[in-house]
Every structure is written in C-alpha cells, then in structure tokens.
Design a protein around this ligand. Structure first.
Ligand code: KIV
Ligand code: ZN
Length: 574
C-alpha cells in the first residue's frame, strides 16, 4: 500500500444539494421490489445457471412474493432466450408477476429481446447504456452528445416495437438505466434521462422506470442519497417516473446506500437474494426487507422459511451464504460467548412467559422463529461458553432443569472439558458429561438395596451399600426417607458427617428411560457444598441415588475454603 494514497486516489466530490431533506426522513413502507437474481446475479456466476436451475430459482422468487423479476438478457445467449420462451410457453409466470429483460442500445439485440417476450402478460423492457466519464472515454471514445444520441436511438428502437407486442396482449413498461449513474456528473445524468423520457413520453398513468444504478460504489451511502435526492428534485415530470435504486456493494455499503436512497425519495429497489452479483455483489434484498421488518414494517416479501430459500439459492447458483451474512448466515442466531448466552437465555425466557408486547431480547434483533429458524440454533457451546449456554442446551434438548447453584458448579466443569477437547460440543455430549460427573458415580459408595417404612412421621430405613466393593448393611431413622438414609450412611458406612442443604426434583419427559431426576446439595463437615444427582423411575430412589452421588463427589474432590467449589477454570470471558 502507498504511504500517501492521495497521490493515487481522491475523494469523490460532495453533491451541491441545498436544503437536503433525506436525513430527517424515516422509512414507513416497503419499496417496489425487483429481483435481479436471474440476470445481474446470474451474470456474475463462474458457471451461469442452466434453464432448469433458473426455473427453480424463478419459482422460489415468486413464492417469496416478488412481483417484478428481471429474468435475463435474452439477446445475450441461446440459454437466456430459451429460458424466456420456456417460462412464457409453459405458462409458468403468474398473472401478478411482471418479467423484466435487459438490453443494450443496439437494434438487433432489441429486436431479439422483443421476440423473446411475445405471449407474456406483463413485461418490463430495460434499456441501458453506460454514461460515466471513464466509460465515455475508454469504452466508447465518445463525447456526451454522442452518448445521448446512442441512448435516444436505443429508446426509439424500443418504442417502435411496443405497439406490436401490446397488440398481442402484452402490457409493456419501459425502464431506462444510465449505467454507472453514481459516477456520473448529475447534470449529464439528468440530461440523458430526460432525453429518453422525451422519446418514451411517460405519464402519471403510464409511468416509466428510471433506474439510477450505483454500478460501482466509490463514495459513501450519503453521497448516493444526495445524488438520488438531487435527481428527484431536479428531473422534469417526476410524477411520471418510478425512481429505482440498483446498488452494488464495493464499499460494503449496498444496504446503507439503498436505505438512504429510499429516504431520498426513490420508489423501487433492485437487488438479489443474499447479495449475489458482480464483484462484491448486488444489494442483498433479504437484508433490506428484514431491516424494515425489524422496524415493524411489513416488507411484503416472505422469508419465513429462510433456510429452505437458502438451500434453493445455493443449489441453483453454486454460491454459498457466508455464516455471518445478516439474517441468513448459519451463525447469526448463535452465541458462543458465555455472557451473551446467559442474557439471551433470560431474554427468551421472559419472552416465552408473555407479557411483553414488543420483542426486546438481548443480542437478538429479531425472533429467529420468524425466519423459520429454531431457538435450538441460538446457543451452541464451545470453550468460550458459560453456564448459561450449558444449562440452556440441557434444558431445551433434554428437559433437564439444573438448579441455579448446580449450574454454577457444572458450568466450569463442562467448560474445562470443552476446552480440553478444543472444539464445539453437542447437547448430547454435554448430557454425557453431566451423567459421567453426577449420575454414573459408584465409587466409593454404591447403592445395593433400599427400603424405608414410615410410622407417625418417623421413617426407618434399611439398606445395603457397596463400600469400595464390600457390602455393608446400614440402618437409620429420620423425619423422612432421605434423612433416615443419611443417618444410616453416616453411622454405619463410616461416611464423614454431612447434612442435606438443598433438595430439588423434577420429572423427565416421557420417552426417556427414567422418569425422575433428583438434585441434592450436601454440606460436609468441612463446610463444602457439593451437588449430587440421581435418576430413577422411582422418585424416592432417585433422591437416595442423588445423596450417594454427592457423597461420592465429596470423597473425590479436594477440600476447599468454606462454601466455594474448588477452582477448576479461569474466569469465563464475557
Ligand atoms: O449495475 C448496473 O449498473 C446494472 C445495470 C445494467 C442496471 O446492472
Ligand atoms: Zn448491476
């Protein structure tokens, strides 16, 4: 890179806009959408789509609700021409959908384009030519007046063919794009656009579309908005025009430029699904539509099964949606960080309880379910995760509701294990870790037999346990089965004295092998608080097993200062 980039590059000039209006406006309704996936998106593929891939993507676009779809450049290749004919001849275009075709200002190409459209119900014929200083200089070698002549000639050839097509029952709308508009002197863009308008003679009843492309982005989105506002306020006969935006994404600001362009007065937006298109892509229409949606505005496009749409898109184009792509990426509703997981879990719980009118869940701008994505996707666990994510997965996948304090104990243990594995772990792996740490503990003590009788609130337990492999018969009284068992264990099995500090139980959902899960926290005589857990079809036995689990864990865990679990891990990152 250059030490002084100003020796090679320069800032794009500001637009001399007096009384600029757009910054104070807010969007309150969706624009007219036009998908250019099958033309601009297709043009940018190393291997363009074949007819059947284009048909599949066309059907998906119709299902999303696009009413205007640029289906191709029919004069450019036989495949493109054949695709038009296939759509029309097989009656695959719903009556409410208008197909659009792009063409350059050449008579033979215009003729072929009109041929490809015979028999369609609604069409947009889209004429374009490049107008920027660099294009005029290096591509055409023409001065401004010749470039205007070229556009006017093209517009005339188009105009001459409209009546014949309409005579066959086709409704024709005309569209003109001064390509590279955003790099062009505004006065010249206005002049050439008005010259085309003079040929086509649009009226408020029969408007033409004036598409103002940000073909290559070299300035900020505010500059594009200024250019749009300048055009909207300087063009003659504005009420006979549909002003359309067509942004690319060279500076990563395709979405911003479109949104500001709409605030500046545009009516229509062209773009592609997930931003496929030349270089850094076209505008990602899903992004702008969902940005409106999350502001409470119905975008009138339906992305409620975004995963399915993404699959069709990837299959047809051979492209893949990056994992961080807004709304659609695999990871956008996933939190790895512990503090994020915790906040999301609390926010989702609050939302599910009801009582809040509007979505306000930390770190989730919209409800993933609105896009057909699942809450399950929201939280995944890796070494960056904390107790929140672990608890969420155990609860959402297996219905295991860990008590808060047990979450604090098990979270770091799971985290250490995940850190050791050095990869993300599944909910099933977490459950296995929990079972290994709590449920499957049989050493030094294992329950062999348990019986309890209660008379007048006094319970007598008779049990036998294996202590380091040797059977020991034990007996004890208490005010409940657990208390009786604790007495028996401490008096006859030489287990160091302890008391039960917390007891919780839950049932596990049908279909699992065991039906009851008990959690018990004991306090040892050296003041440690240790959790145990037990599972059984019998709730009483589940709690007895939980006592044994805690006793076994106390026997194997090093002594630590009062109340605090032994340190197992570094503090979790936020
Ligand atoms: O990016 C562009 O300028 C285009 C035009 C043909 C509209 O795709
Ligand atoms: Zn384009």
């Amino acid at each position: 890179m250059l030490r002084d980039p100003s020796t090679k590059y320069r800032a794009f000039p500001q637009v001399p806009l007096v009384n600029r209006q757009w910054p104070a406006r807010t969007l309150s309704q969706p624009p007219i959408w036009c998908s250019v996936d099958l033309r601009d998106g297709n043009q940018a593929l190393a291997v363009p789509m074949n007819v059947s891939q284009k048909l599949e993507l066309f059907d998906a676009l119709v299902r999303c609700g696009f009413k205007e779809i640029e289906i191709g450049f029919p004069s450019a290749s036989n495949t493109e021409f054949a695709f038009n004919r296939r759509l029309i001849d097989d009656g695959r275009i719903p009556d409410h959908v208008t197909i659009q075709c792009l063409v350059q200002a050449r008579e033979d190409l215009i003729e072929r384009t009109f041929e490809s459209l015979v028999g369609a119900k609604n069409v947009i014929v889209h004429l374009y030519n490049s107008v920027s200083p660099a294009q005029r200089r290096v591509v055409f070698g023409l001065e401004k007046p010749e470039i205007i002549k070229l556009a006017v000639r093209g517009a005339t050839w188009v105009q001459q063919r409209v009546a014949a097509l309409e005579a066959g029952g086709t409704r024709v709308t005309l569209q003109y794009s001064p390509e590279s508009f955003s790099l062009t002197e505004l006065e010249f863009s206005r002049e050439i656009s008005e010259a085309v308008m003079d040929v086509w003679q649009p009226t408020p009843e029969r408007k033409m579309i004036l598409n103002l492309p940000d073909t290559v982005q070299i300035a900020g989105p505010n500059v594009y908005a200024d250019q749009i506002e300048w055009m909207v306020t300087h063009l003659k006969n504005r009420e006979s025009l549909v002003i359309s935006l067509h942004t690319h994404n060279d500076r990563g600001t395709g979405t911003a430029a479109t949104e500001l362009g709409l605030m500046a007065g545009a009516d229509r937006v062209e773009g592609t699904l997930f931003g496929n298109g030349e270089r850094t892509g076209n505008l990602d229409i899903v992004n702008v539509a969902m940005n409106l949606y999350m502001q409470g505005i119905d975008p009138r496009l339906d992305f409620s099964d975004l995963n399915a749409l993404r699959e069709v898109y990837e299959r047809c184009t051979g492209m893949s949606v990056p994992p961080r792509q807004p709304y659609a990426g695999e990871l956008v509703f996933t939190a790895f960080s512990g503090s994020h997981q915790d906040a999301i879990k609390k926010g989702l719980n609050e939302w599910e309880k009801g009582g809040r009118s509007h979505w306000d869940v930390p770190y989730l701008t919209i409800d993933p379910a609105d896009l057909g994505r699942e809450y399950r996707e929201v939280i995944r666990v890796n070494s960056q995760s904390g107790k929140g994510g672990v608890a969420y997965l155990l609860e959402s996948e297996f219905g295991i509701e860990l008590p808060k304090e047990l979450q604090r104990e098990f979270g770091p243990l799971a985290n250490d294990e995940v850190d050791r594995l050095g990869r993300e772990v599944s909910a099933a792996e977490l459950q296995a870790m929990f079972w290994k740490e709590y449920i499957d503990r049989t050493s030094p003590c294992e329950l062999h037999h348990f019986h309890v009788d209660g008379v007048d609130g006094v319970f007598r337990c008779r049990a036998s346990v294996l202590m380091e492999g040797k059977e020991v018969k034990i007996e004890g009284d208490g005010n409940g089965p657990i208390a009786a068992f604790v007495t028996a264990l401490v008096h006859h099995a030489r287990v160091p004295a302890f008391t039960v500090a917390t007891f919780k139980q839950q049932s596990l959902s049908a279909g699992t092998e065991a039906s009851a899960l008990a959690f018990i926290q004991i306090k040892t005589n050296d003041e440690r608080h240790i959790w145990g857990a037990g599972v059984d079809t019998n709730i009483e036995l589940a709690s007895i097993k939980a006592v044994i689990s805690a006793v076994n864990r106390a026997a194997t865990r090093p002594t630590s200062p009062a109340g605090a679990p032994p340190p197992t891990t570094a503090p979790l990152p936020t």
